[in-house]
Design a protein around this ligand. Structure first.
Ligand SMILES: *[C@@H]1O[C@H](CO)[C@@H](O)[C@H](O)[C@H]1NC(C)=O
Ligand SMILES: *[C@@H]1O[C@H](CO)[C@@H](O)[C@H](O)[C@H]1NC(C)=O
Ligand SMILES: *[C@@H]1O[C@H](CO)[C@@H](O)[C@H](O)[C@H]1NC(C)=O
Ligand SMILES: *[C@@H]1O[C@H](CO)[C@@H](O)[C@H](O)[C@H]1NC(C)=O
Ligand SMILES: *[C@@H]1O[C@H](CO)[C@@H](O)[C@H](O)[C@H]1NC(C)=O
Ligand SMILES: *[C@@H]1O[C@H](CO)[C@@H](O)[C@H](O)[C@H]1NC(C)=O
Ligand SMILES: *[C@@H]1O[C@H](CO)[C@@H](O)[C@H](O)[C@H]1NC(C)=O
Ligand SMILES: *[C@@H]1O[C@H](CO)[C@@H](O)[C@H](O)[C@H]1NC(C)=O
Ligand SMILES: *[C@@H]1O[C@H](CO)[C@@H](O)[C@H](O)[C@H]1NC(C)=O
Ligand SMILES: *[C@@H]1O[C@H](CO)[C@@H](O)[C@H](O)[C@H]1NC(C)=O
Ligand SMILES: *[C@@H]1O[C@H](CO)[C@@H](O)[C@H](O)[C@H]1NC(C)=O
Length: 480
């Protein structure tokens, strides 16, 4: 009897068609830069270690989304020679972010050797330099500072600082929480002054500078064999310095009772929606990668209820961390048409450090239990906080925000959905959609940059004993 049952089970197993494997249709990756020098001694640079971290992260994402041996290869993506219409890479104008993007891309689409060679009309074969190094454009998102320096104030006036967010973030420095933390950590910070007294004074070695202090010590721990008074840096002291910086930075990035504070996460959410929508409507790339500041991670984590999954999501992410939003389906995918939207979901993945080293794990978004969120639900949930156009940006940020009073009535064109969906993000509609998308993105980014930089303008700039400019202050320019 038993053997008959087993036999019939085996038969059923044979006759049942294999459950169709999951297909990844596209992805959006948001990435922090790799290891860098300290913010205390600008200009900050990507280190060889940081270069390696982002390069290896690129290699990880190659093995997940690009390689044709991966079960998660993005449907329709070119696996060896990059097709620039299929990927979009953006980084704010910042050397560390920009260099990180380039290093990442070297791993994402490695050199192709002679496959990249060209036969000229005269019969000569030209081999590309550097073993077939692939050139992939990184779109630099202009910062307010670069706009100001170049004297071109067009963008500055068109879409700049979020006045309400600036006011709101500053309120943190008058909050009870800030007072309490300043007060109860005052002696702790003074106790580690001998470690950092080349850079900080007793007046600046305080909770208000929690991030700057932690940054200097964290970078020193990685790079400096001879930190002065290093015996003071016990494991618990190090943890405390990090935890205080986490608390400080999360408070500035997100506060449930002050939505506008999370403007950087809201703008990021808008870009994620726009990019994934572009993939599904075949007006955009299959894979979008953006390099940005850690504050956007924290803002987004708060908005997406990730701290309810784990308090880890209130901590500053490690260098070279990345989060990915994958468009996934269990429906059979073939030809050039995507499955019905009702068959498509989004999965959130996060790696706390270079994805080549740190586990790349799924986490549930929006306080839900499932690791996959149906596309329509994802759009609705994201739209609870996403800022997708300048009108919304101005409404949130207030008409006092630069440019809003004059431009808030100008509607931003929304991407035109195309009737026929084809896979691969090529053709005319892609070009047009890309331009519109880029402009909307630029406008939104400039808004965020403006916030960051304007807040950064409040920083205290001190000269250290050695004469290097040291950026101190609760919010140092750029949360990178
Ligand atoms: C994967 O790509 C390699 C390199 O181009 C190629 O040789 C191989 O045939 C491809 N495999 C599949 C299953 O497409
Ligand atoms: C063919 O043209 C290339 C580029 O101008 C040149 O470098 C190469 O020497 C030419 N080859 C011959 C055989 O003339
Ligand atoms: C801490 O709080 C106490 C009591 O409220 C106050 O006397 C003291 O000045 C505060 N210290 C600092 C460093 O703010
Ligand atoms: C820093 O602290 C150490 C240890 O207390 C001391 O020897 C040194 O003189 C201090 N340096 C400065 C610049 O204050
Ligand atoms: C290491 O730290 C010491 C003292 O804190 C400092 O004098 C030295 O310049 C640092 N070295 C590097 C490579 O940063
Ligand atoms: C959030 O904002 C409220 C109101 O401004 C404030 O009372 C509270 O302390 C803030 N929380 C944090 C963690 O900053
Ligand atoms: C993409 O966005 C457009 C414009 O907002 C919208 O009409 C369309 O339904 C969206 N497509 C998907 C797949 O969500
Ligand atoms: C939180 O971080 C700790 C320490 O890194 C880790 O052990 C734990 O698994 C993390 N929790 C989640 C939910 O990621
Ligand atoms: C990432 O790691 C840092 C420790 O380096 C931790 O503080 C933070 O909570 C972690 N974040 C997540 C989401 O695990
Ligand atoms: C696809 O099917 C697997 C196995 O049943 C399931 O774990 C996964 O959640 C499904 N994925 C989606 C996107 O529904
Ligand atoms: C701008 O975004 C808001 C909020 O997401 C939305 O309600 C509005 O329809 C959008 N306006 C345009 C012109 O796209």
């Amino acid at each position: 009897m038993l053997s008959i049952q087993l036999a019939s089970l085996a038969l059923i197993a044979v006759l049942t068609p294999a459950v169709s494997a999951e297909t990844v249709l596209g992805a959006f990756i948001y990435h922090r830069h790799g290891d860098r020098t300290t913010k205390s001694y600008p200009p900050t640079k990507l280190t060889p270690l940081g270069y390696q971290e982002v390069y290896q992260s690129g290699g990880f994402y190659n093995s997940r989304y690009v390689s044709n041996t991966s079960s998660s290869q993005i449907y329709g993506i070119s696996s060896v020679a990059v097709k620039n219409s299929q990927i979009s890479v953006q980084a704010a104008v910042d050397d560390v972010l920009d260099d990180s993007a380039i290093g990442f891309l070297q791993g994402l689409y490695p050199p192709i050797g002679l496959a990249g060679a060209e036969l000229l009309a005269n019969g000569s074969t030209i081999e590309p330099p550097l073993g077939g190094y692939q050139l992939i454009p990184v779109n630099e998102l202009a910062s307010l500072a670069s706009v100001a320096n170049s004297g071109d104030a067009t963008w500055l006036q068109g879409a700049s600082g979020c006045q309400n967010a600036i006011t709101d973030s500053n309120e943190y420095f008058f909050s009870q929480d800030f007072m309490d933390f300043s007060n109860k950590t005052a002696s702790f910070y003074q106790s580690i002054l001998p470690v950092i007294n080349n850079t900080f004074t007793s007046a600046t070695d305080i909770y208000k500078n929690a991030y700057a202090v932690w940054d200097l010590i964290q970078v020193s721990l990685i790079h400096n064999k001879t930190i002065q008074s290093s015996e003071l840096l016990t494991p618990s002291t190090i943890t405390q310095l990090q935890t205080l910086a986490d608390h400080h930075e999360f408070a500035l990035a997100y506060n449930a009772s002050s939505p506008v504070r999370a403007i950087s996460g809201m703008s990021l959410a808008g870009m994620i929606l726009q990019q994934l929508n572009g993939t599904l409507t075949s007006t955009g790339p299959l894979l979008s990668i953006q390099f940005g500041e850690y504050a956007s991670f924290l803002s987004f984590f708060g908005l997406a209820s990730l701290p309810s999954v784990s308090a880890n999501f209130t901590g500053i992410v490690d260098f070279a961390s990345s989060m990915a939003f994958e468009l996934v389906t269990n429906a059979t995918v073939s030809g050039t048409t995507y499955p019905a939207l009702s068959d498509i979901s989004v999965r959130f993945m996060f790696s706390n450090g270079s994805a080549a080293d740190a586990p790349f794990m799924p986490y549930p978004l929006f306080g839900q239990s499932s690791l996959e969120v149906p596309w329509n639900t994802f759009v609705n949930e994201m739209n609870n906080f996403a800022v997708t156009n300048q009108t919304a940006f101005c409404q949130l940020c207030g008409s006092a925000s630069d440019g809003c009073s004059t431009t808030s009535t100008v509607a931003t064109p929304s991407p035109t959905p195309t009737a026929a969906t084809s896979v691969g993000g090529s053709g005319m509609s892609a070009a047009i959609g890309g331009v519109i998308g880029a402009m909307v993105t630029l406008a939104v980014i400039l808004g965020v940059e403006a916030v960051v930089l304007l807040i950064g303008g409040l920083k205290v700039v001190k000269k250290s004993a050695g004469g290097s400019a040291v950026e101190l202050g609760a919010v140092t320019g750029g949360k990178i």
